[in-house]
Unconditional design. Structure first.
Length: 387
């Protein structure tokens, strides 16, 4: 099923459900994509560089304004609903999926925006728990819905920052800005190099003949939250000992010169971040020159660094990456996301995709006993209203 067919199916699903539940057609349809990070992992919270792309898997929301301050949410995939008042937004422990939308409404109002109530029906084909930012897609869909219904003058960067605030301060996950930014700002057939300090960005075309393929290990992502917080703390310790404002300001040569000031674990964590920033910038240069062999080699090096220095890989991710490395027509493969499960991202020659999918799935299952889910993707536009 191609991307247009998948999206059309989601739109039909939410339209029909909205009409059935509420007795009329929705006013608007909002679509927010998932995302994959091509390179630049665990650099965003170190004010570094990331190279994500929005992907053609979406959260789709059918919406209608209300005359009161009530927000009613109907999640088709969970067969669940949740309601709240804009005048008193608190978490819903019984329906925790709704806390992302609640958090967005809270963050918008904290920023001084006046909102109106709404009815919303949503469905998604962004895999949950795979590291493809299903939660951020929900946040951006909610932000676009509330922005549209209240006719807010809210630009794409501010929208991303408020959605990050919702996840940090309301939901309680201290993520960086990357997920919300790329879902808010994504461009078809392009990745974005994002400077996570200045929030400036550069569009980077995905070369013709190159396919983004995402392989889901289907291993539950254990230890992600605790390890994420540990890695952040380790990076902060390294930054202090190096006397830097951020690891983004440290070069590989400077790190080598001051290695004695760091214990072995902190040195490894810092080395990953410092070299990963270099790899992200070099990948942009390589893609700009259509040098996919170099871009792929940098992705491969990124995985080794994440495995050995940052220690956020796992046997399943390593098995998936190694299976990809063995395939013809593969420029590069690496784990993507927080780690300890989830997905790998692969750059594959378009004509080799079919054999890649079959061979990698077989080899991965032989080595792990797990069945992979594989998504052939294209770089997609960010959150938007649909006709």
């Amino acid at each position: 099923m191609n991307s247009e067919t998948r999206l059309d199916a989601l739109v039909r699903r939410v339209r029909e459900a909205f009409a059935k539940k509420l007795g009329h057609e929705p006013r608007y349809i909002v679509a927010a994509p998932g995302r994959v990070n091509l390179i630049g992992e665990h650099t965003d919270y170190n004010e570094g560089f990331v190279l994500p792309s929005a992907i053609d898997r979406h959260v789709v929301m059918a919406i209608q304004p209300r005359d009161d301050a009530i927000v009613r949410l109907f999640a088709l995939d969970m067969d669940a609903d949740s309601s709240f008042s804009l005048s008193s937004i608190v978490k819903d422990d019984a329906q925790p999926w709704s806390n992302y939308q609640r958090g967005v409404a809270w963050a918008l109002q904290e920023a001084g925006y006046h909102l109106t109530g709404m009815d919303a029906v949503l469905s998604s084909d962004v895999p949950i728990g795979a590291g493809l930012s299903s939660s951020a897609a929900v946040e951006l869909a909610a932000a676009m819905a509330l922005q549209t219904l209240a006719d807010l003058d809210l630009d794409a960067v501010e929208r991303a920052k408020l959605c990050q605030k919702a996840e940090n301060d309301f939901v309680g996950m201290h993520c960086g800005i990357m997920d919300q930014y790329i879902i808010s700002m994504g461009q078809r057939d392009h990745a974005l190099l994002i400077d996570c300090r200045s929030l400036d960005y550069e569009t980077v075309p995905v070369p013709d003949g190159c396919q983004i393929v995402i392989c889901n290990t289907n291993k539950p992502r254990e230890l992600v939250g605790s390890a994420y917080n540990e890695r952040r703390a380790e990076c902060e310790t390294g930054t202090r000992r190096l006397g830097a404002a951020s690891l983004r300001d440290v070069t590989p040569s400077q790190l080598a010169q001051h290695a004695a000031a760091l214990d072995a674990t902190i040195l490894k964590r810092c080395r990953h971040v410092v070299t990963e920033n270099e790899r992200a910038l070099q990948t942009v240069e390589a893609l700009g020159q259509d040098d996919l062999a170099r871009a792929g080699a940098l992705m491969n090096a990124s995985h080794v660094s994440l495995r050995d220095d940052y220690e956020v890989s796992c046997p399943e991710l390593d098995a998936m990456v190694e299976a990809a490395w063995e395939q013809p027509g593969v420029w590069g493969a690496r784990m993507t996301g927080a780690g300890f499960g989830g997905c790998t991202v692969n750059l594959v020659q378009a004509q080799a995709v079919e054999s890649f999918v079959e061979s990698v799935a077989t080899r991965y299952q032989d080595r792990t006993g797990l069945e992979a889910s594989i998504y052939v993707c294209r770089a997609e536009e960010g959150v938007r209203l649909l006709p």
